[in-house]
Design a protein around this ligand. Structure first.
Ligand code: GDP
Ligand code: IMO
Ligand code: MG
Length: 423
């Protein structure tokens, strides 16, 4: 396997975790380069379910190395807890298989409070964030007032910087009518987490460059999805990082010309959790999928909004990320339907649009134009090869890849590792 960037090509939760775990068998290193514990990547192995938030989904394969890169915003207390949870499930997590960048910014309690307060103050215009403090943490990074892992590992320096930041943020929290944070309490909690994380922290750029030189194969695990990208997504209903392929390079320090391939992951339909425009949203499809017990968020448990496959957006995701290959998950979710719709274009007044407009108000005015495909109305979850799938399912998958402009290489028919078809 070549150096591959895996991205979500919709609004997140495409099944990236499952596909990463599957592909890790053939990779040497798995790298997270953006986002934080807003992500929730589900992997099921031998009947055991793991939901990974900050630790790369490659961690479940022994002997593979995982890296949390500089572009991630990391809540040290949450990551320490995640490590404990994995160890309780007998997953090995040591410096031999996990490294954390010393340049990764840390999420602090005032980021979480501000996230929550800003959402409350927006009322019905809220973004529907995961309230993990992601936006405020990236805000501080860009404003050059963030604290990084390297600060956290120097107790005296951390104390001084934290006290100053808490003072400033307490003034803001006071304006929201929120109880001020106790610097001593935060300091104690974070310095305890720092000692747990110290062994993992290093210059991950040097590690990755050595790996590239040794021709070890790297898999970059995208978090969130293309339309949650801070630049290219449905702004302001987005997350605060670059979720598109370029983010993997800036967020890891691996240069673009060392990347061989981009793999996009999509669901066979579309889901979105949180607020914001969603042209192909469909209540009947939502009701059906929720009725099957599917499409509840891995991080917040919220019911995901569901809709038909939107090839206008995946076509654009193909351009933005340079998607070469496509993995389509959750095909089995559509098994019972007699007719399945695919949105091929948007109609905006008299204009037919091939890609989504950047402006949110224009996007809201777009009407999806659909083609209808015959369903297959039989279970697919036991298919082991592409030819085991019903003919209409094969035709449907090929159509999604054709409209997206990428080569179909993986189809997924269930949440388990072995329910994955490599084409
Ligand atoms: P991620 O954030 O992109 O890693 O995706 P999530 O884990 O948040 O959500 C995807 C959900 O779909 C999880 O519950 C997975 O276990 C599940 N899943 C992934 N692929 C398939 C599939 O092909 N079929 C079914 N039934 N579930 C799947
Ligand atoms: P994975 O990696 C789906 C959404 C939130 C909200 C918006 C901003 O599991 O695909 P944030 O907390 O990031 O400030 O919230 O982004 N969001 C996700 N939606 N999957 C995710 O991650 C998400 N991470 C954030 O619901 O709409
Ligand atoms: Mg998820």
């Amino acid at each position: 396997m070549a150096n591959t960037i895996l991205v979500g090509a919709q609004w997140g939760d495409e099944g990236k975790g499952k596909i990463i775990d599957f592909l890790t068998e053939r990779a040497d290193i798995v790298v997270r380069s953006q986002g934080g514990n807003n992500a929730g990547h589900t992997v099921i192995v031998d009947g055991v379910k793991y939901v990974l938030h900050l630790i790369p989904s490659g961690i479940l394969r022994r002997s593979k190395k995982c890296v949390i890169g500089n572009g991630v915003v990391l809540d040290p207390v949450a990551v320490a807890k995640e490590i404990h949870g994995l160890r309780e499930k007998k997953v090995k997590v040591t410096r031999d298989n996990l490294l954390i960048s010393d340049c990764a910014h840390i999420v602090l309690p005032y980021h979480r409070s501000l996230d929550e307060q800003r959402e409350l103050s927006k009322g019905k215009n809220k973004i529907g964030t995961t309230k993990r403090g992601i936006g405020p943490a990236y805000g501080d990074k860009i404003a050059r007032v963030g604290l990084r892992m390297s600060d956290l590992l120097q107790p005296e320096l951390f104390r001084t910087k934290l006290a100053q930041r808490i003072k400033e943020n307490n003034a803001t929290l006071k304006a929201f009518g929120v109880k001020p944070l106790n610097a001593k309490k935060v300091e104690a909690e974070y310095l305890a987490a720092a000692e747990e994380l110290r062994p993992f922290v290093t210059n991950t750029v040097v590690f990755l460059h050595k790996a590239v030189a040794e021709k070890r194969e790297i898999l970059f695990e995208g978090a969130q999805g293309t339309f949650l990208d801070i630049d290219h997504g449905t702004y302001p209903y987005v997350t605060s990082s670059n979720t598109t392929a370029g983010g993997a390079c800036t967020g890891s320090g691996v240069p673009p010309h060392r990347i061989d391939k981009v793999l996009g992951v999509v669901k066979a339909y579309t889901t979105r959790v949180g607020e914001g425009p969603f042209p192909t949203e469909n209540q009947d499809l939502s009701d059906m999928l929720h009725g099957m017990g599917r499409e509840f968020g891995s991080t917040t448990g919220r019911a995901r909004r569901c809709g038909w496959f939107d090839a206008v957006s995946t076509r654009y995701a193909g351009m933005l990320n340079g998607i070469d290959e496509l993995a389509i998950t959750n095909l089995d979710g559509l098994d019972s339907l007699p007719v399945i719709k695919i949105c091929t274009h948007y109609q905006l007044g008299r204009k037919k649009l091939e890609v989504p407009p950047g402006d949110l108000d224009l996007l809201k005015k777009c009407t999806p134009v659909y083609i209808e495909m015959p369903g297959w109305q039989q279970p697919t979850h036991e298919a082991k090869t592409f030819n085991d799938l019903p003919k209409n399912a094969r035709v449907y998958l090929k159509k999604l890849a054709e409209l997206t402009g990428a080569k179909l290489t993986i189809a997924s028919v269930g949440p388990n590792r072995e329910q994955t078809i490599l084409l």
